[in-house]
Design a protein around this ligand. Sequence first.
Ligand code: AMP
Length: 221
Amino acid sequence: MPGILILMGPQGAGKGTQAQLLGERMSLPIVATGDILREVARSDSDLGRAVKEIQSEGRLVPDEVLARIVQERTSQPDCRGGYILDGFPRTLPQAQLLEDVAKDQVQRLTAINIEVPREMLWRRLGGRRTCSRCGAVYNIYSKPSKIEGVCDLDGQPLFTRSDDNEESILRRLSLYDEKTRPLFDYYREAGRLFDVDGSGSPEEVFEQIAQLLGARERAVS
Ligand code: AMP
């Protein structure tokens, strides 16, 4: 039983790519709080407008909002057999909330930390382009689309995320160091944190994750 897999790592570490691979190959749903919040930001409401502003500045959405979103999404039937968290938890109160959620749902928590050198993150974030319709992610340096600015899969225009500009990237990385890195100790002490080297290809990183999940499964069964 895979339980709850938490993908940790700074923005640009490849959490979204690994979430997709793990989701497909382990048949698990992905709960990506950044995507859910981008959806909220598109709605014409006070919350939508507030989230849009916070996201484009690269700040963190309040913990109470995340608590509601995560509780609601992970209580859906498709999450019963376990799920992948991408982008959550990012703060200590969020990690504490997740403990309660996991206990209620009788799910085991496993945190995977994808480490990538900082200069590589800049290239990945600065070069990132996303399909406006299907969400496929490209990179102008390492994974360009066949036609510049157009999605290979559905021919729709690609866009640069509003928070992938220099100022927001800087803020997001420093918030990561300040608020999210301390969670490593939290999970490490409980023996639930596993490190992987995220500088290789998506397949190489996936292989490392698959191996350590297999080893963990054998250790607890
Ligand atoms: P991401 O797609 O994970 O990089 O998230 C994009 C943005 O959504 C972040 O910079 C935050 O503004 C917001 N966000 C996503 N997840 C969280 C979270 N767990 N806590 C607070 N804000 C979040």
